[in-house]
Ligand binder design. Sequence first.
Ligand SMILES: [Fe+2]
Length: 270
Amino acid sequence: MRIGAISDLHIDRHKSLTPEDYLKIMVRTLQREEVDLLLVAGDVSNNYKLTHQFLEQIERQTSITVKFIPGNHDFWSTDTDLNSNEILEYYMKMDACLIGKPFVINDEWAIVGNTGWYDYTYASPKFSLERIARRKYYGATWQDKVKIDWETEDQQLSKKAAKQAEKDLQAVKDKKVILMTHVVTHPKFAVPMPHRIFDYFNAFIGTSDFNNFYERFNIRHSIMGHVHFRSKFEENGIMYYCPCLGYGREWRTDNIETEIDHALEVIEIE
Ligand SMILES: [Fe+2]
């Protein structure tokens, strides 16, 4: 079985390409790569309706099962009729959403997914928690502060996400697991420090609340997004992937097909 994984498509942020362009190329790439199941690790768009529609269209046009977890951008509530908590409820009702619904592939394998949330532990220790909680540095504001209206603090959100993920991992504890999060769960994917900006902004990249899961559960593959890196590495028998497409302005070429092809990770399981 060939499992495709990709993240951070941001289909509504390209200066000239439309979401339909992204859809067309995604469909073509999945067919060419003979993917049987697609995993999307969040940040499809800044609007939940568009995110839903895009994932549904991929499924409809390819007949491939799509599983996803929302990213922070998929929770942005400005320009929508729902608040972020209602958007989460909306996603959890979708068949494709993995939160609270681990996907059992066969007797041996299952997929567990959760957005996770950043808990500030990836920032340089030179910043106090109060300083980070302001979410503003060098004149730049972390956009979730203005675009998301959870009424819960970030560290609390991270704990809540980890608790749900733990419950979902428990439910499939006899299986080998592919874990998918949006935020980073391994510090190797944070922006290398010291860094003028990311000594601060790494606070909003990852969480440490998932650390113990890698010892307690049979996680074999761990997919994450959010940082717009494309890389993978192995550690203690676990493969970690960051298959981000990212913004058009970050691409090395101006060819979306080349970029999607490069970002898409294919994991083969028996
Ligand atoms: Fe993100």
